[in-house]
Design a protein around this ligand. Structure first.
Ligand SMILES: [Zn+2]
Ligand SMILES: [Zn+2]
Length: 328
C-alpha cells in the first residue's frame, strides 16, 4: 500500500485509462457553447469554486495533511466531505501524498517536483500515473483509524456525483455544465498550480531545502495557499500568510470557525519562525534574491553575462569550422 521512495522515477507513466474521466470533464466544459449561460450559472460556478477551494485548503491540506488545528469527530468528517467534493480523490490519498511531498520536497523522491520533473508532470502527470493510484496508508495512519474516513476515501466519487445530480435537478443542463464541470476544471488547475507554479515563480523569503516560493497571484487563486515558501519553511501553521498583507482567506475562515467553536487550538508561527529571515546575513539574502525568478528584473550585469556567453559560444563554434586553404 505504501509508496516507494527509493526509485520514484521508475515505472512512472501516465495511464491513458486514468486520462478518460479527466479529459471528459474538460470536454464537458465545451457543452457550454450549446447550453448557453445565465447569471445564476456563473454565480454557482464561481461560488462552488471558492467554497470547494476553501474546503480543500482548510480540510484536506491544513487539517488532514498538517494537523494545524483541532476539531471534533463530526466536524472532521464534514471537512473531509467538503474536500471530497473537489474531485481530487479521497482524503487519505490526498493527505498521505501531500505529507510525502513535504518530506522529500524537490529531492529525487518527491513525486511532483517541477524543478526536477518539469511543469506538466508536477501539474497533473503524477495524478494520472498508475504508480500513485493507491492510498499511501503508511503516511496517514493517524486518520486511517477512523472507519468513516476510510469509507469516504474509498467511495470518493459518491459526493461529487451527488452534487452534479443535484445541480442538474436544480438548474438544468447549463447549471450542471457551469456549476460542476467548468467549476471543477478551474478548481483542479487552480489547486495544481501549488504543485507546479509555486515551486517555480515567486519570491523566497526563507531558506528551505526546496524551491518553494511566495506568490501573491497564486494566493488569490488558491485562497491563501500561494505563500508556499512560508508553508514549506514551517508547515504546521494554520495560517500560511504570516504578515497582514499576505492574503489568506482560508485562515480567516478558520478564525471564524474557531470563534463559532467548531475548531480550536489554531497553530500560528512563533516570532522566531516568522522573523527568521531578519537574521540572515547579506550573502544569504543575496542567494535568496537570486533564486526569485518571478519578480527578477533583467540587470545590466545579467545582460552582459548573457552576451559574454553568446560570444564564447560563437568563438567555440568558429574553432570547429575547418579553415580552407587558399587554392594555389
Ligand atoms: Zn510544495
Ligand atoms: Zn502542505
Amino acid at each position: 500500500m505504501s509508496i516507494q521512495t527509493g526509485s520514484a522515477q521508475e515505472a512512472e507513466k501516465v495511464t491513458w485509462l486514468a486520462c478518460i474521466p479527466f479529459a471528459s470533464v474538460h470536454l464537458m466544459c465545451l457543452a457550454a457553447f450549446w447550453t448557453g449561460v445565465r447569471v445564476q450559472d456563473i454565480a454557482v460556478c464561481v461560488g462552488l469554486y471558492f467554497v470547494r477551494m476553501l474546503a480543500l485548503t482548510t480540510g484536506y491540506h491544513r487539517y488532514f495533511s498538517h494537523r494545524t488545528f483541532k476539531t471534533g469527530r463530526a466536524f472532521q468528517f464534514l471537512l473531509a466531505l467538503g474536500g471530497t467534493l473537489c474531485v481530487q480523490k479521497g482524503v487519505l490519498w490526498w493527505a498521505g501524498h501531500h505529507r510525502h511531498h513535504h518530506r522529500y520536497s524537490d529531492a529525487p523522491e518527491d513525486i511532483h517536483s517541477p524543478t526536477l520533473r518539469g511543469f506538466w508532470w508536477s501539474h497533473l502527470g503524477w495524478i494520472l500515473c498508475a504508480k500513485y493510484e493507491a492510498t499511501p496508508i503508511d503516511n496517514i495512519r493517524d486518520f486511517a483509524r477512523y472507519p468513516e474516513l476510510r469509507w469516504l476515501n474509498k467511495h470518493y466519487l459518491v459526493p461529487p456525483v451527488a452534487l452534479a445530480v443535484a445541480l442538474f435537478f436544480i438548474g438544468g443542463f447549463s447549471m450542471l455544465v457551469w456549476g460542476f464541470f467548468i467549476s471543477t476544471a478551474l478548481l483542479w488547475h487552480g489547486t495544481f498550480t501549488i504543485n507546479s507554479l509555486s515551486h517555480v515563480f515567486g519570491n523566497r523569503r526563507y531558506k528551505t531545502t526546496d524551491t518553494s516560493r511566495n506568490n501573491w497571484l497564486l494566493a488569490l487563486i488558491t485562497c491563501g495557499e500561494g505563500w508556499h515558501n512560508n508553508h514549506h519553511y514551517h508547515q504546521n501553521t494554520a495560517n500560511q500568510g504570516w504578515f497582514w498583507w499576505e492574503w489568506d482567506p482560508s485562515y480567516y475562515l478558520l478564525k471564524l470557525m474557531a470563534w463559532a467553536g467548531l475548531v480550536w487550538d489554531l497553530r500560528t508561527p512563533s516570532d522566531a519562525v516568522k522573523y527568521a529571515h531578519l537574521r540572515y546575513d547579506a550573502q544569504e539574502r543575496a542567494t535568496l534574491r537570486k533564486s526569485s525568478r518571478f519578480f527578477a528584473r533583467p540587470s545590466v550585469a545579467r545582460v552582459r553575462a548573457a552576451g559574454e556567453k553568446v560570444r564564447e559560444a560563437i568563438a567555440a563554434a568558429r574553432e570547429t569550422i575547418p579553415v580552407e586553404e587558399p587554392a594555389p
